[in-house]
Design a protein around this ligand. Sequence first.
Ligand code: FAD
Ligand code: DLZ
Ligand code: SF4
Length: 508
Amino acid sequence: TRTLRFILGDQLSRSISSLDGLDKDADVVLIAEVMEEALYVRHHKRKIAFLFSAMRHFAEALRAEGVTVDYRRLDEEDGARDFTTALSDAIARHQPEQVIVTEPGEYRVLAMMRDWAETMPVPVLIREDSRFICPPDIFARWAERQKSGLTMEYFYREMRRRTGLLMEGDKPVGGAWNFDAENRKPLPARMDLPARPAFAPDAVSEDVLRLVEARFGEHFGSLADFAYPVTAEDAERALDWFIENALPLYGDYQDAMRQGAPLLFHSNLSALINAGLLDPLDCCRRAEAAFRAGAAPLNAVEGFIRQIIGWREYVRGVYWLKMPGYGELNALEARRELPWFFWSAETEMNCLAQAIGETRDHAYAHHIQRLMVIGNFALLAGLDPRQVQEWYLVVYHDAYEWVEMPNVVGMILHADGGYLASKPYAASGAYIDRMSDYCRGCRYDVKAKAGPDACPFNYLYWDFIARHRERFARNHRMGVVLKNYERMSAERKAEIESDAARFLGALR
Ligand code: FAD
Ligand code: DLZ
Ligand code: SF4
């Protein structure tokens, strides 16, 4: 063997940099199911099943090409405990001259890889992950130039220029960079949603589903009706389906929520992109082509592209810039334990019960559920950032630390003091009522401001503002809200405080 190429579970792309220069006659590709990766947090069953099945299918596809693959299964006799053992076993078996890996999505694993370079008997080369548009050092240089703090929008414009997506020369197509103002419509009650394609499990997936139920049966979540793509071909079909059927209305209803319909017009491609079954830039080019062909409007296509080359790249940049240490931040000194209903979905707050129940059933919730329902609650209730991070890393099938952590620490909890997003995404019940039909089925009254029947978001919002008013006084984007609070009567302020204390005191 000349080169041993180690591919991790979220690097399942034929064009991954660790496969560049592959010599089919001499090299071996190592892929390993290992207990430590399934247990460092107790991932949702669906996430483990998706990854193991995708890994097995990827190995098959490489073999079909004539590549030698050393595939370590979790359930074999001498299965490897962790990445390090899997690699040293494979070095002993294949006696390679060198090992090549692609940089991972987590600082924890990067530290492991750097260790390998020291401790393994052959050189270990770590290559850049070329699936991302903005390498960490370019992001760091951009961030350094931003003298008054980071703004995603400016970063996004750089990425538009860098990729040429939706550009005419150096100008944005349509004369504006951003059409977000058009992308906040509530869903009309009678609006039909497009039926989704299902990807029924094949024999490989059935095997994996049995393995996951047997080994990780106690983990959060359901495996019922598993129908997510696990091959690059099926991922491509899911992308085709999205571009044709959901993209045209993706923009309009991007922020809408409807009970019983977690997907709406969302792509549900995140787990496929993050694991390597789809290329992010390719997804954007496909969306752009639909716009150029007149098959999807600009607000939808721009919105979709912004999520991918804007937000997705931006959060990754912040992650690598701020690690290690980003996960420990707690600017708002939030210390409350995660309530049990995050695992049981049993709460009388209907919006939360729906979003958490869908998360349990599908390992998915769309962005506004994650941000403005669950995230908003975590922020207002002052939940411990470490526990909230772990929850988000466990429950979503697209969750890896590089993307989960900045979304939790920076976007929802403001635990980084406003580094990633200058203003906390806090909202009262009125926002959820406007954007969803959840409140109709809720035991709380979204219109009531105080007392045991009032929507808890209503007083938790003001209690949150009150608790942090000194800090927020320094944030000009919070000026109007603070003024509204200061104008309240002393009785009203006391009522907010006691409603919040009663509610929070009863959380278990
Ligand atoms: P669509 O709405 O169809 O969006 C298209 C694509 O844009 C997504 O597939 C995703 O790749 C990308 N994207 C959109 N928003 C973001 C964002 N804020 N950050 C990064 N990428 C984005 N996304 C993850 O992939 N993994 C996570 O672990 C994750 N954790 C999150 C935690 C919180 C608290 C919040 C608020 C958001 C999180 N997101 C995460 C971002 C976003 O919610 C999901 O990417 C999205 O819901 C996935 O569904 P979709 O593919 O249907 O998205
Ligand atoms: C999430 C995950 C799980 C559950 N299992 C494995 C595994 O057995 N083998 C593997 O290579 N990768 C797995 N992964 C994905 C890794 O955790 C991921 O590659 C690292 O966290 C780096 O992002
Ligand atoms: Fe959620 Fe409040 Fe509406 Fe109930 S009333 S669904 S708690 S926003």
